[in-house]
Design a binder for this molecule. Structure first.
Ligand SMILES: Cc1cc2nc3c(=O)[nH]c(=O)nc-3n(C[C@H](O)[C@H](O)[C@H](O)COP(=O)(O)OP(=O)(O)OC[C@H]3O[C@@H](n4cnc5c(N)ncnc54)[C@H](O)[C@@H]3O)c2cc1C
Length: 309
């Protein structure tokens, strides 16, 4: 599905004095999610930098609904859109620096792949697994993203959070309850940046490991087709993909949404899928798998609006 098939971005509108970012009204979120679905956001803000984000948050009504959006690679936004303000971090909050001999500090809008390549190039090992995760650091922190045995939070030394009043705080891993694709932290705080602790590594060896992990992904996943990666969490001791395939659901369709024929825990948008199509297919998968194996699959993808399966 090409970008040309997506609705156009809405025009930028003038900002209040003191703000330096980019504000759009009624912005189609299908342009900003990897599934290429989702209705419009009432307001959509791309901050110029962290100071500008603080000023923007302070300018909002205290009851304004907020949604943080990185690369939209783990989000199912309803066709009705989001009735509030989206803060879009990708391509904006992008600071990335070495910090001491084994550390690095990155802002939340840095893509995971860029972070992994930067670490490898500068002789830091231990986050190569991030190279194939098509999200931002902020999204990875929010979900404890992981792959090939690695998880982001095992590398976090500390994070900077921001609340809706623009207040910044430094926090350590002990302030968060971290589990499999799940992170629970203080209410009303989002990730602005993180410091990671890595290991010394040979750049060439780290880069070779990245190439190897990406090749492995290309062999097993429908890369290049709009998806959100794994739709369901793996149940304890089993794999969602195995259960979905065993229930005969590979290739199953609902409107423009299809269970990938390559990887059964992926749903791909074959063109023109709606969030409703995807949710209906998710519900059918859950019912069929539960009927066959007794396991109720739980979504890994974050659903915004709509009735969750
Ligand atoms: C092809 C493909 C392969 C994938 N493979 C993997 C994989 O191997 N492992 C894995 O873990 N995931 C995988 N994913 C899922 C996804 O890439 C990760 O979950 C990623 O970390 C999401 O980051 P994002 O920036 O896209 O987050 P988004 O989708 O933009 O947001 C996801 C959630 O995080 C919240 N969020 C975003 N930024 C912030 C912030 N700064 N502070 C607080 N909350 C925030 C959002 O509000 C939302 O609730 C894959 C996805 C695709 C499409």
């Amino acid at each position: 599905m090409s970008d040309a098939m997506l609705p156009a971005s809405s025009p930028q509108i003038a900002l209040a004095a003191g703000l330096r970012g980019e504000l759009r009204l009624e912005e189609p979120l299908s342009r900003h999610t990897s599934w290429r679905v989702g209705g419009v956001a009432r307001r959509f803000y791309r901050p110029a930098d962290a100071a500008d984000l603080v000023a923007f948050l302070r300018s909002l009504e205290p009851t304004e609904p907020l949604l943080w959006l990185g690369l939209g690679s783990n989000l199912l936004v309803d066709d009705a859109g989001f009735p509030g303000t989206v803060i879009h971090t990708q391509g904006r909050l992008g600071g990335l620096d070495r910090l001491g001999p084994l550390g690095l500090r990155a802002e939340c809008g840095v893509p995971c792949a860029k972070l992994a390549r930067f670490a490898a190039r500068t002789g830091l090992a231990g986050c190569e697994f991030l190279a194939g995760i098509p999200g931002t650091l902020g999204g990875a922190l929010a979900l404890n993203a992981g792959a090939h045995g690695g998880e982001i939070w095992t590398r976090v030394r500390r994070v900077t959070t921001i609340d809706r009043g623009g207040q910044l705080r430094e926090r350590g891993p002990a302030d968060f309850r971290v589990g499999y694709r799940q992170v629970v932290g203080p209410d009303g705080e989002w990730f602005l940046a993180a410091e990671l602790e890595l290991e010394a590594g040979e750049p060439a060896a780290c880069q070779a490991r990245i190439r190897d992990l990406l090749e492995r992904r290309n062999r097993t996943q429908p890369i290049g087709e709009p998806s959100c990666g794994s739709v369901f969490r793996n149940p304890p001791g089993d794999y969602a993909a195995r259960l979905i395939e065993a229930a005969g659901l590979k290739g199953e369709r609902e409107g423009g949404a299809q269970v990938s024929t390559r990887h059964a825990n992926f749903i791909v948008n074959t063109g023109g899928a709606s969030a409703r199509d995807i949710r209906a297919l998710m519900a059918r998968i859950q019912a069929r798998v539960e009927g066959q194996s007794g396991v109720r699959l739980q979504p890994e993808v974050h659903c915004i609006g709509g009735n969750l399966p």
